[in-house]
Design a protein around this ligand. Structure first.
Ligand code: ADE
Ligand code: ZN
Length: 338
């Protein structure tokens, strides 16, 4: 590793865009399939990994939902969460705000309690073992109806103490944020914050809509804002966090390669952009691989790396005092590097 790569590795980082179901490594998929007697249509883990060849978001989601069918009980969710935190710790991640998709599991007859309590047990264990703090965010699936989301919110509220926000994910095309205006008003009334995937495959207009109609305080992906210079200026001015996922964007053909990714442009424009891993085994890398990929392809400089690290904590739901502590730590690590 060269000095900039070593700095990328050493800087404390927060991961703000990560789907727990999207951390299923093929080996764990097969382990859980054997445990539950689930028949998979692939002969083994390498064959499943070879199928990770996507044309767009939908072609990925089809395989991602199929894979999630092996998650059946609380122990599966605990194991999945803990395995992710092991990798996050290795990458210098000290705070995580992962997503999960309740409807993917309740639609298969898995009790929500099993899902939530398994994930929370894994998060507590990871916190004890690796010192990683966390906030948890359930997401509504936007290809389903708002009525389904409203029903799901009702099922989630008894577990509200575990959640900081509600998110919106799945197929963006044809499912604008405004479709979920009513349910997110209920989310806010329940005292939870709002985040939303917008501007991944959908247009820049969906970012504005998520901010205005849902009152989202953080935008997941958001990369298509670059098509609207006025929007970029507003995002920078208001310091709205964008949780970009560079390797994901390349694997889902939003960009041909990382050198086309707008991360550096967004940082230079003063936008609170971060780099995250989304669904790491599916897209070829965990958080540090996303950072290193961008560092190399976009020739990120030391100040970009320091800004990315600070943005990740600034954009988190940690209290201000905690954020300050991380900013100081980041400054100390940067000062110590060549
Ligand atoms: N669910 C998991 N990963 C996703 C992504 N990149 N976009 C939308 N929904 C998702
Ligand atoms: Zn995502």
């Amino acid at each position: 590793m060269n000095p900039r790569e070593r700095l990328a590795s050493a800087l404390p980082k927060a991961e703000l865009h990560l789907h727990l179901e999207g951390t299923l490594e093929p080996e764990m998929t097969f382990h859980l399939a054997r445990k539950h007697g689930v028949k998979l249509r692939f002969p083994d883990a390498p064959a499943l990994r070879r199928a990770y060849d996507f044309q767009d978001l939908q072609s990925f989601l089809d395989l991602y939902y199929e894979g999630a069918a092996v998650l059946r009980d609380r122990e599966d969710f605990r194991l999945l969460t803990l395995a992710y935190l092991e990798k996050a710790a290795r990458d210098g991640v000290w705070h995580v705000e992962p997503f999960f998709d309740p409807q993917t599991h309740t639609a298969r007859g898995v009790e929500l309690r099993e899902v939530v309590e398994g994930i929370v047990a894994g998060l507590h264990e990871g916190e004890k073992k690796h010192g990683i703090s966390w906030r948890l965010i359930p997401c509504f699936l936007r290809h389903l109806s708002e009525e389904d989301a409203i029903r799901t919110l009702g099922e989630l509220l008894p577990f509200k103490q575990h959640f900081v926000a509600m998110g919106l994910d799945s197929s963006e095309k044809g499912n604008p944020p405004a479709k979920f205006k009513k349910v997110f008003a209920q989310v806010r009334a329940a005292g939870l914050k709002v985040v939303a995937h917008a501007g991944e495959e959908g247009p820049a207009e969906f970012i504005r809509e998520a901010l205005q109609e849902l009152q989202a305080v953080r935008i997941d992906h958001g990369v298509r804002c670059v098509e609207d210079p006025d929007l970029v200026r507003d995002l920078a001015h208001q310091r709205v966090p964008l949780t970009t996922c560079p390797l994901s964007n390349v694997r889902l053909c939003v960009y041909k390669n990382l050198s086309e990714h707008p991360l550096k442009k967004l940082l230079d424009a003063g936008v609170n952009a971060t780099a995250n891993s989304d669904d790491p085994p599916y897209f070829g890398g965990y958080l540090l691989e996303n950072w290193l990929g961008c560092l190399r392809a976009l020739d990120l400089q030391k100040h970009h790396l320091v800004q990315l690290a600070k943005n990740s904590f600034e954009g988190s739901f940690l209290p201000e005092k905690e954020k300050m502590k991380w900013f100081e730590k980041i400054e100390r690590v940067a000062a110590a590097s060549a």
